[in-house]
Design a protein around this ligand. Structure first.
Ligand code: TZP
Ligand code: MG
Length: 232
């Protein structure tokens, strides 16, 4: 996002980006308990993603999530719904390729709002950059049961090719899709571009949301990402 933004934007640490997955919660833990433990374990940014909730329900969940995020000073990003992001004054919104264009979303939202977009190939990354996105979500890097990603699995090497498009910009990047503590380190290493551009973090749903011990799950991921970022 060069040639834009005299506006001061919130600095987000993208190291461990938790995307909510309420439908994956195990027995015996509520959504808010799981989220709080995950934040305590090292989640640095939260996205509320609700594919089946009606507007009232989405709003309520977003408000409750916002309260918890405020308590820990963790930024909150809303998936898809610009109206809900506005209503709760979220830090950001996350858009997909079939949602409203970044430039249009930008014109509706306060200038300091973070806008992220999912990208699956280098052309989409280039477009996101030109339209003024603040960050991109790259993937799905691996297969996942959390979302239908048929035909959209990139593998780490293509993540590297997408990252290269961000050279010289201030646009951040996370990877998503099938990331777990067991593959996160090789994913980070394998996703470096030929120009040396590295990921800013990883986004996960099930490895944390489906865990009975979300604090440990988050801590395992976070310590690996932080160690990688420290040396790269
Ligand atoms: N976008 C691409 S893959 C995905 C989304 C929302 C789901 C990732 O879920 P998980 O459980 O971390 O594989
Ligand atoms: Mg979307």
């Amino acid at each position: 996002n060069t040639g834009r933004s005299q506006v001061s934007k919130p600095e987000i640490d993208y190291s461990l980006y938790l995307v909510s997955g309420r439908e994956l919660l195990p027995e015996g833990i509520t959504y808010l308990e799981s989220l709080e433990q995950a934040i305590q374990g090292g989640v640095t940014v939260v996205q509320v993603r609700e594919k089946n909730a009606d507007t009232g329900e989405f709003l309520k969940i977003a408000q409750e999530t916002q309260e918890l995020c405020n308590k820990y000073n963790v930024p909150l990003i809303i998936n898809d719904r610009i109206d809900i992001a506005l209503a709760i004054r979220a830090t950001g919104v996350h858009l997909g390729q079939t949602d409203m264009p970044v430039s249009v979303a930008r014109s509706l939202l306060p200038a300091e709002t973070i806008i992220g977009i999912s990208c699956n190939n280098p052309e989409q990354v280039e477009k996101a950059l030109n339209e003024g996105a603040d960050y991109v979500g790259l993937g799905a890097v691996y297969g996942t049961a959390t979302k239908d990603v048929t035909g959209k699995i990139t593998g780490p090497r293509n993540v590297g090719a997408m990252l290269e498009k961000l050279d010289g910009s201030n646009v951040k990047a996370v990877v998503i899709g099938g990331i777990k503590s067991s593959n996160v380190l090789r994913t980070l290493h394998g996703s470096v571009s030929t120009t040396g551009h590295v990921l800013d973090g990883v986004a996960v749903v099930s490895d944390i949301a489906a865990s009975k011990t979300p604090k440990d799950a988050a801590h395992n991921l976070s310590s690996i990402v932080k160690a990688f970022k420290h040396v790269s």
